[in-house]
Design a protein around this ligand. Structure first.
Ligand SMILES: O=c1ccn([C@@H]2O[C@H](COP(=O)(O)OP(=O)(O)O)[C@@H](O)[C@H]2O)c(=O)[nH]1
Ligand SMILES: O=C(O)[C@@H](COP(=O)(O)O)O[C@H]1O[C@H](CO)[C@@H](O)[C@H](O)[C@H]1O
Length: 326
């Protein structure tokens, strides 16, 4: 581990208990705070998350001013459930409607940033089973307290919850198998982040508007790299949020997620001159138990998926272009 990272770890890591909500609400001053929840088919969990955040942090303490759910092409009642629980709900494709739409989690976050009004923006995944207000206060605490900070990432223990089984630290499989190795090899200054792919982070609006967003699942890794480049390691911090339990994807879905992360990383390595060009092939070939016979008698079904992700430019460039010239 780089000595700089060792120093950063002890200097820039805190626990959510270090940031009591009443103190944070008092330190907020005139700043506006938005919580953004990107949500695709999260009708089962979004209502409870919005209710917890609204009751504890909007109504009881005033720490949060806006709860914004980005409905990311849901096929279920996510939008209705979120609105009934008290969130402002925007349709991903209706935000910046004159920009050709894209798909994915990063797109939902980018559109959420565009639609939000906070000076500080915190993001929380919408598939969490048990969200406490401390998830949000922990992310905001360091930012409200220290003007040198611009970005805070959550970390936690991640159980892998199966059918009647719990592996206490078995979650975060893509983090362990893909993201951590990529970061340690290519961006070792980011090796201090305990959960580099955590969907829970908070940042200053100015910073988020100044960096590009990968539209798919590469968004978290891309954001770490871009924030490091833009603001420097000492403007970044992490906070222990306890335990996080969420709905898991199967291994093949995680394989496609991994491919998107590697594409986002490759784009940055090319930008930094480490790779001479960005990969042009964007399909992943996977094999699964056959529902139809595979080619040449292969006892596997061949599944080819396009994992291409667009990159959104820094939001500020888009907003500047659409502003009328005086
Ligand atoms: O196209 C998408 C895919 C995902 N998500 C949201 O992004 C978050 C994290 O995605 P997911 O749960 O699929 O990833 P996991 O945490 O299971 O790896 C969740 O709130 C999803 O609803 C989204 O808004 N749009
Ligand atoms: O961290 C990980 O390995 C993956 C998968 O988590 P699990 O193995 O299902 O606990 O989950 C995350 O990765 C996505 C891609 O960066 C994020 O978008 C999600 O928020 C995050 O939960």
């Amino acid at each position: 581990m780089l000595p700089e990272v060792r120093r950063w770890l002890s200097h820039r890591t805190s626990r959510t208990e270090d940031w009591p909500v009443d103190r944070m609400a008092a330190q907020k001053g005139g700043r506006r705070v938005t919580v953004v929840l990107p949500a695709r088919d999260e009708a089962a969990t979004i209502g409870r998350i919005v209710t917890v955040v609204r009751e504890a942090l909007v109504e009881r303490t005033g720490l949060v001013d806006e709860i914004l759910v980005v409905d990311s092409r849901s096929r279920d009642a996510t939008a209705e459930v979120a609105a009934a629980a008290g969130a402002t709900v925007v349709d991903q494709d209706a935000v910046l409607a004159d920009v050709p739409p894209a798909h994915g989690k990063g797109e939902a976050l980018w559109k959420g940033l565009a639609a939000s009004t906070g000076d500080l923006v915190a993001a929380v995944d919408a598939d969490l089973y048990d969200v406490a207000p401390a998830f949000v206060t922990g992310l905001l605490g360091p930012l409200l307290d220290d003007p040198d900070l611009a970005f805070v990432k959550g970390f936690y223990h991640r159980p892998l919850v199966g059918d009647g089984t719990v592996d206490v630290d078995g979650g975060g499989r893509v983090s362990e198998l893909v993201a951590r190795s990529l970061l340690n090899l290519a961006w070792p200054r980011l090796a201090g982040f305990v959960q580099p792919l955590a969907g829970e982070f908070a940042a200053c609006r100015d910073l988020l508007e100044a960096i590009p967003f990968a539209t798919g699942y590469g968004v978290e890794l891309a954001m770490l790299v871009d924030v490091l480049e833009h603001a420097g390691l000492d403007a970044m911090a992490q906070v222990d949020l306890g335990v996080r339990v969420h709905r898991h994807h199967d291994l093949q879905t995680l394989g496609r997620m991994s491919a998107q992360i590697q594409l986002a990383a490759s784009a940055r390595l090319a930008r930094q001159g480490v790779l001479t060009r960005v990969p042009t092939a964007t399909t992943i070939v996977q094999y699964r138990r056959p529902s139809v016979p595979g080619p040449g008698g292969l006892d596997r079904e061949v599944v080819v998926t396009d994992v291409a992700v667009d990159e959104r430019p820094p939001l500020r460039e888009v907003l500047d272009r659409s502003r009328p010239v005086a």
